[in-house]
Design a protein around this ligand. Sequence first.
Ligand code: NAI
Length: 303
Amino acid sequence: MSARVSLDGRVVVVTGAGNGIGRAHALALAERGALVVVNDLGGAVDGSGSSGAAERVVAEIHAAGGTAVASTDSVATADGGASLVRCAVDEFGRVDAVIHNAGILRDRTLAKMGDEDVTAVLDVHLTGAFNVLRPAWPHMVERGYGRIVLTSSASGLFGNFGQANYGAAKTGLIGLMNVLALEGARRGILVNAIAPTAATRMTDGLLGDLADRFDPRHVAAVATFLASEQCTLSRHILTVGGGRVGRIFLGVTPGWYGGPEPASPDDILEAIDDICSLDDFIVPDSGADEVALIQQALTEESE
Ligand code: NAI
């Protein structure tokens, strides 16, 4: 019998699940047996206003025979995050997984970016992750089990013109993933990230003629796997869109060693091509792992 991903009876919180990718996550998780907390403030793409988006997705899940509850808390505040986690615990008794997917856009070049464009975007994407994960974490630790899926973006990992606020927030989530994966490792908590591409209101008009190939359900399949007990990965970034799934990773070049005396800027100028050469790059498992690689090379050099 082939392996099957099951979320049977698992309590999963999905932020920003009233539209687009988050809605697809919620429907896919419920189809696999999860008890889903469908969180959505219900605002516009820039975060303004509110609507009944979460309730509509809950109704869809109920109509399909699944189990879900709506939360209209904003992830942008600590109170909102605490209330969302309380909703999961009050309704279903625990939190097994969190998919932090809520997001807004305030695209501007740095020259035109206002204070509010910076804080609003950081508050939902990056601080929002802290707002939800800090109250959820003790519940996972207590049960020795947890799955966390963060939503990053190629816009930050690789760069995208006019998205300094968004790109910084999305790449900040990778720092959060790296650290939480280490802190969660001995407690059964696995932490991963996705970098999705999907046709949603957020990408309206951006994906050209092939937009309908970028069904959010491609992304939901990956998030559902990462949120499941069958996932044993941690500290991984999976890129998914249009039916392609790949891994994005952070690596370091083997580098150049200048000897015991500090190199001069002129030495660096001379060695810059060697320093940056991608040949034989390394993918460290942690910051400490990178330091250990340097220490190992220095030990070998002095032997
Ligand atoms: P969307 O706009 O359809 O969905 C985002 C949802 O988040 C909305 O329903 C919105 O009401 C909700 N939300 C916003 N602020 C909230 C808050 N403070 N509290 C609770 N909910 C809030 O956008 P889409 O495309 O589905 O995006 C989902 C995630 O995927 C976002 O984090 C986005 O940045 C990310 N992403 C999307 C890409 C794409 O190609 N669509 C590309 C890369 C990343």
